[in-house]
Design a protein around this ligand. Structure first.
Ligand code: UD1
Ligand code: CA
Length: 455
């Protein structure tokens, strides 16, 4: 049985924020949720979050997550004290049962690394350690002459000789739950910080003859903690670089990995090309050969193979079939669907509307709540008047219709199959199939008219 305890009671003073530190995002997701998701991949029996500073906000945030137990640590008297607060919630009586301790402000630890740590525990204790050129501030791993771990000493309690040790404690550990309960009851706060150190369980384990093994993270960013906005920004860049690297390895072209942001998941087919400065949010799926031009935002979007998004386009909850074309400067709002070969050009806004195959709206239009058939030509400046100030109505445009420029389609209204709407028409009634419909004041010329002159 596996318990995961996530320490998240710390104040995060250096963030200078009203938001609890662990709710600050990396890649658009609260740090705590990165840790929770890494934990969930281990299929634990229980996840316990230790809250303290900002506990109310944390509890509110976690209210919907039924697999997470929140316990309070008040006041905060150290990492050992924090785990003591979680102790009553821990499950398991068997010597094989394990408790894994993670930090809510160390968001990017990968589940593969945690699996390696759990494997290293065997029938003893395992700690995640790494080697740093500058170990200042970290707890040091003290090993005996045989090279086995004998204890952890905190920086503030260490001797000059111990300060030379480059192997540091990341804070992440996997312990036998039954033993951990006993060790926690035996640690004290007689140290430089007057805190109950979780790290003291290592010395107690050794004294009890329990083996202590180390495992190491695969990537240096996995164990970086966030204490300030500077560190948050650094970790954000490290994570974005990693996401870009993974996509590049999969064969995606990313013009500049340092100007690339995924805040969610991005799935790409073969030969996808992404220009600089794009932001992908939520779940984005790009089919084979999709090209995304510079400075586009795509949020919860699915693009069919061969679709091209030109520069400066904004797409939200939208979908295209193959070979659609969007932008530059286009906006697809929720419910926009472009069928095969459909195109929206510059300054076209589409909301809750379907454009059938090969339909084009090339310039300056608003298409809202519209069902548009195939091979329709939407002239420049066409507006669907879908809203009377209270209710919204649908516009239906059938296959092969031609809407002349600067027309207003006052919904509810239908344009029949093959109908032509003359430029500048305000359409208030249905237009029949295959006919020309227009509303237009006849043109007149007043001869001998003179412009007024200033008196
Ligand atoms: C701790 C480790 C140190 C390790 C370092 C890695 C101890 C005694 N020391 O030191 O060996 O090198 O992490 O970063 O464990 N927290 C609580 N309640 C508390 C205190 C802390 O929930 O009372 C949480 C914090 O919110 C944070 C984590 O525990 O997420 C670590 O606390 P922090 O004060 O940063 O630990 P360090 O003193 O840096
Ligand atoms: Ca501390």
């Amino acid at each position: 049985m596996l318990n995961v305890v996530i320490l998240a009671a710390g104040m995060g003073k250096r963030m200078q924020s009203a938001l609890p530190k662990v709710l600050h995002p990396i890649a658009g997701k609260p740090m705590l949720m990165h840790v929770v998701e890494a934990a969930r991949q281990l299929e634990p029996s229980r996840i316990v979050v230790v809250a303290g500073h900002g506990a109310e906000q944390l509890q509110q945030y976690l209210a919907g997550q039924t697999d997470i137990h929140v316990v309070l640590q008040q006041p905060q008297q150290g990492t050992g004290h924090a785990v003591m607060q979680a102790e009553p919630a821990l499950l398991g009586e068997h010597p094989d049962d394990t408790t894994l301790v993670l930090y809510g402000d160390v968001p990017l630890v990968q589940s593969d690394t945690l699996k390696a740590l759990l494997a290293a525990r065997q029938d003893g204790l395992a700690i995640l350690t790494e080697f740093l050129d500058d170990p200042t501030g970290y707890g040091r791993i003290v090993r005996n002459a045989q090279g086995t771990i004998s204890r952890i000493v905190e920086h503030k309690d260490a001797t000059d000789a111990e300060h030379q040790i480059r192997e540091v404690n990341t804070g992440i550990m996997a312990a036998p739950t039954v033993r951990l309960r006993d060790w926690l009851s035996r640690i004290d706060n007689k140290n430089a910080q007057g805190e109950y150190y979780l790290t003291d369980v290592v010395g107690l384990a050794v004294a009890d003859g329990v083996a202590v093994n180390a495992a190491h993270p695969s990537f240096p960013w996995e164990t970086l903690g966030v204490n300030s906005r500077v560190q948050q920004a650094q970790l954000e860049r490290a994570w974005q670089a990693e996401q870009a690297r993974r996509l590049l390895e999969q064969g995606v072209s990313i013009m500049d990995p340092s100007r690339f942001d995924v805040r969610g998941s991005l799935q790409c087919g073969r030969d996808v090309y992404i220009d600089v400065g794009c932001v992908f949010e939520g779940d984005v799926v790009l089919g084979d050969g999709v090209r995304v031009g510079p400075h586009c935002v795509l949020k919860n979007v699915q693009l069919g193979a061969g679709t091209v998004v030109h520069a400066f386009s904004h797409l939200d909850q939208s979908r295209t079939a193959e070979l659609a074309s969007i932008g530059p400067y286009a906006r697809l709002r929720p419910g926009a669907v472009l069928e095969r070969g459909a195109a929206v050009g510059n300054f076209v806004e589409v909301k809750n509307s379907t454009l059938g195959a090969d339909t084009k709206a090339s310039h300056l239009s608003y298409l809202g709540d519209a069902q548009i058939g195939e091979r329709v030509n939407i002239g420049a400046g066409t507006i669907t008047c879908n809203y009377d100030g209270v209710n919204k109505y649908r516009t239906i445009i059938e296959d092969d219709a031609f809407i002349g420029s600067d027309s207003q389609l006052v919904a509810p209204v239908r344009v029949g199959r093959g109908a032509t709407i003359g430029a500048g028409t305000t359409l208030t009634r249905d237009a029949p199939d295959a006919e020309l419909t227009l509303s237009r004041t006849p043109q007149s010329t007043i001869s001998n008219w003179k412009r007024p002159v200033k008196k």
